[in-house]
Design a binder for this molecule. Structure first.
Ligand code: C5P
Length: 217
């Protein structure tokens, strides 16, 4: 049994993609597999935390003992997270939340027509930004997946969203980011201190993120 250093803590993890309906049979989504978030949920549960996993559609098995709340759109994920936020000690936002959704999803299947079709997209709420405004005692951990200027963008997001830690993820590297079983990340804190976690399994990276989170308390 791993050390029970998260005993008594409530941890909420978001994972996976968001899915936005275009019509009843079509959607707009992204390539998030959910693996990083599920690994964090598994690691936290093994260390004694009470874990709530708010997840978009994935092919992954819910870790034993973890409470799953299934969501689809960014708004449904936002509502699920807000409903449980006040009870949490730590919130880790590993989900890949889509920035836009179709403005008016059609209630019936859109028929093919002559010429092109345009779908107007409107902005989704930024869940982490909203949590950053509301937070009281909670520790907030965000993710920043970037292909360039990794640390600079991640530090900007930490400030803007009032997070306590940002996990910066270079998705241009092999064996890192979406769909892979391993990850290479930097963990950045509010003092601008950063530690590099060399390529490791997502479960090992998850434990490192939790270690760092506990150091803040
Ligand atoms: O997409 P972005 O790089 O801004 O994501 C940084 C962090 O903000 C991630 O933790 C992500 O889950 C979160 N986020 C969010 N709601 C959004 C966009 C991003 O919670 N609409």
């Amino acid at each position: 049994l791993p050390k029970q250093d998260l005993q008594g803590k409530n941890i909420l993890v978001t994972a996976g993609p968001t899915v936005e309906a275009i019509d009843p049979v079509r959607f707009l989504s992204n390539r998030s597999s959910g693996k990083m978030g599920y690994a964090i949920a598994e690691a936290a549960q093994a260390r004694g935390a009470k874990v709530t996993l708010v997840s978009g559609p994935t092919h992954l098995k819910t870790p034993t003992g973890v409470k799953l709340i299934s969501t689809t759109s960014a708004i449904s994920m936002y509502e699920a997270v807000l409903e449980h936020f006040s009870q949490q000690d730590i919130v880790i936002k590993a989900a890949a939340v889509g920035d836009y959704r179709p403005e008016n999803p059609s209630a019936v299947k859109i028929k093919k027509q002559e010429g092109n079709l345009s779908i107007n997209l409107v902005r989704n709420p930024d869940i982490l930004l909203e949590l950053g405004k509301k937070k009281e005692h909670q520790i907030l951990v965000g993710f920043a997946a970037e292909t360039n200027n990794l640390l600079e963008y991640a530090k900007g997001k930490l400030e803007k969203k009032n997070a306590d830690l940002m996990v910066a993820n270079d998705v241009s590297q092999e064996g890192a980011g979406f769909g892979t079983d391993t990850n290479t990340v930097h963990i950045i804190d509010r003092q601008g201190k950063e530690i590099k976690i060399e390529r490791a399994s997502k479960l090992e990276v998850a434990h490192k993120i939790l270690d760092k989170t506990l150091e803040l308390k």
